[in-house]
Write a protein that binds this ligand. Sequence first.
Ligand code: A1LUD
Ligand code: HCS
Ligand code: ZN
Length: 327
Amino acid sequence: MGFEKGASLLEDLIEKAGGCAVMDGGFATQLESHGASINDPLWSALCLIKDPHLIKQVHLEYLEAGADILVTSSYQATIPGFLSRGLSLEEGESLLKKSVKLAVEARDKFWDRVGCVPGNSYNRALVAASIGSYGAYLADGSEYSGCYGPGVNLDKLKDFHRRRLQVIVEAGPDLLAFETIPNKLEAQACVELLEEENIQIPSWICFSSVDGENAPSGESFKECFEILNKSKKVNAVGINCASPHFIESLVCKFKELTTKAIVVYPNSGAIWDGRAKKWLPSMCFGDEEFELCAPRWRNQGAKVIGGCCRTTPSTIRAISKALKETS
Ligand SMILES: C[S+](C)CC[C@H](N)C(=O)O
Ligand SMILES: N[C@@H](CCS)C(=O)O
Ligand SMILES: [Zn+2]
């Protein structure tokens, strides 16, 4: 599929969804709610090895809840991560492909069931391959600080991302979702790779934020977006796994900084303690607050809305219902 056709797939979905598509919610969160133990350097990617059926089940749960876009289980699936677990290169690459295959199978199974039902309220979902940041791989919480240390330069980040990107692209997802990018350097690495590898699949690049104004590194979104705006390979930009309290002002800010589509999928408001490897409760949104805010975020200009960590299928159901009722 050519790049233009791929890009229109996302635009068409947004239009079909009434101007704003719904993404799924916290993937690892839902694995855990089914009892998966992911306190591991591979985090949710451990399930690709241990429990692929559960991955498919979680995808189906989010589709049932109304997700128009599924994000794959590859957030923390990386070749060096799999190698350090004793897997071969071939095994690691095959797990990356499997993450896309599981989501595509879930989407197709769901659509075979509901697509032909007259009057059903679903859209045929798109599969976005998750590409977690370098900080996610480090498993030290640095996707929320952007502190990669002095040894990490542009080339190192490109080397880290390159092979995984190639393998994931070979698996044929509909979209590429760069997630929880915490600094300008990594955003630049992603953009340069998309260009160098001449990637034909549309992509979004989403940042985390801990202060609600800047990238976690402290760099302004203005300087980060200057890099993204230059590339036609980046179709959408946004924010993920930041507090939902920040979204309203960030969507307004992003509208001024870019003409690209804006994607927002905040976490519940909980805060990740990278040392203890657990979520600390904070001022969290419940489903009712997501239901209330989603139409506001859409009216401000968000074109894709969903949830990240600590959100669940019931959150997505609430967002989907609110957007449909108010479109
Ligand atoms: C999105 S964070 C909660 C994922 C887990 C983190 N990269 C870690 O492995 O500690
Ligand atoms: N797609 C990942 C993002 C973690 S920040 C997940 O939902 O688990
Ligand atoms: Zn998250």
